[in-house]
Design a protein around this ligand. Structure first.
Ligand code: PLP
Length: 362
């Protein structure tokens, strides 16, 4: 059935080999693989769980982690929750997650209670905000950081596993030696002040991996969390390809349901489209327009690229995408299948849509 997403597990494995070599061999970091971009796809998760270089399997959603927690643990990987937990989910967090990222004491107190009820010890990583302004205690508020640490280490069923930072997500701030050095400094201060050792100083996501190649990852950062660099081979700091990776790990296929020659400019007064936006049209004269049976409900049309480079994506609505196939060398027909490589947004939406079938090429 179409639309479908072809997932190439072998390519994903070789991307994982490549990022593992950089992170672990060159960078001396532990490797946390992030599964949310592909909605914790089961075959992908299985490959990751069985990969010897992976130390942690992480996702932003407990619902995703739940699907592979047993498999990850059976293979000696710790499951990790990246999004700050909701009060409403602490019971499941303690049950399925070995390490959760946190920034709110009220939530950590609830995790402590839930862990007590379940008779386990739960690991917590305290998030520090170095300026990207998403999650974490702001790095300049050291009193708040120390107060949080003091209370966390007094909790009976919680272990403080380390500190971490997230960058290049909300604020698009690029990780550098100087801002990441602040995280290492905070970790060392915590260790000195409280006489403890932090197991993890987690230096960010796929936007931090480039620092290893430049020899600029500060000493003391001992973990990276990699999603997009593994799934699509992207260094997300500067949008470059990581050496040894490929980007066509996933191919989206959709079928043409209408193919007609029509003008490129709509006729009549222009209002707003189905999403309330005023569209822009380029006058290309009479063109060959193909409609494929996939839309904004299933994918991000700004985050997909036709493999046939002579096709242009003109636009789309909930259930349709319109292509200009005029210049293509191939004489497309109704019923033909058009293929696309995906960016992060396209991957996320197609992997999540129940209308997109997943198949595996091995
Ligand atoms: C999504 C996420 C990651 C992975 O990000 P990529 O850019 O896909 O590598 C890492 N850490 C946190 C906290 C995240 O939310």
């Amino acid at each position: 059935m179409y639309p479908r997403l072809i997932v190439d597990i072998n390519k994903l494995r070789s991307n994982l080999d490549a990022v593992a070599a950089i992170t672990k061999d060159q960078g001396s970091c532990s490797l946390m693989i992030v599964t949310k971009g592909l909605c914790a796809d089961h075959e992908m998760a299985k490959m990751v769980a069985e990969h010897p270089a992976v130390d942690y399997m992480a996702d932003s959603r407990v619902a995703n982690i739940k699907t592979y927690a047993d498999m990850a643990r059976a293979n000696g990987k710790m499951t990790t929750l990246l999004r700050i937990p909701m009060h409403a989910e602490v019971e499941d967090v303690v049950k399925y997650v070995d390490l959760s990222f946190n920034s709110e004491l009220s939530t950590i107190r609830l995790l402590n209670e839930a862990a007590g009820r379940q008779g386990v010890k739960h690991n917590v990583l305290l998030m520090i905000d170095l300026g990207d302004l998403r999650e974490g205690i702001f790095y300049q508020n050291e009193d708040q950081i120390f107060a949080a640490v003091e209370e966390i280490i007094s909790m009976e069923n919680i272990a403080l596993y380390g500190v971490g930072v997230n960058l290049t997500c909300y604020g698009a701030i690029i990780p550098k030696n100087d801002n990441l050095s602040n995280l290492v400094a905070i970790a060392r201060k915590i260790e000195d002040k409280f006489g403890i050792r932090l197991q993890m100083v987690s230096g960010g996501n796929s936007s931090s991996i480039y620092l290893i190649g430049k020899g600029e990852l500060p000493e003391g950062i001992n973990n990276l969390r990699l999603g997009e660099s593994f799934l699509l081979g992207n260094d997300t700091a500067y949008g470059e390809k990581l050496p040894g990776t490929v980007s066509d790990t996933l191919i989206l296929e959709a079928q043409i349901v209408e193919l007609k020659e029509k003008p490129s400019l709509p006729i009549g007064e222009v209002g707003v489209d189905a999403f309330g936006q005023k569209p822009y049209y380029e006058d290309r004269g009479i063109i060959k327009r193909a409609i494929i049976a996939i839309g904004k409900q299933d994918t991000d049309i700004d985050s997909m690229e036709p493999l046939d480079e002579k096709i242009d994506i003109l636009g789309g609505s909930s259930d349709h995408i319109i292509l200009d196939v005029t210049k293509s060398d191939r004489a497309y027909q109704v019923g033909d299948v058009v293929q696309f490589v995906l960016g992060y947004g396209g991957m996320l939406k197609t992997a999540t849509s129940p209308y997109v079938e997943k198949v595996y090429s091995k």
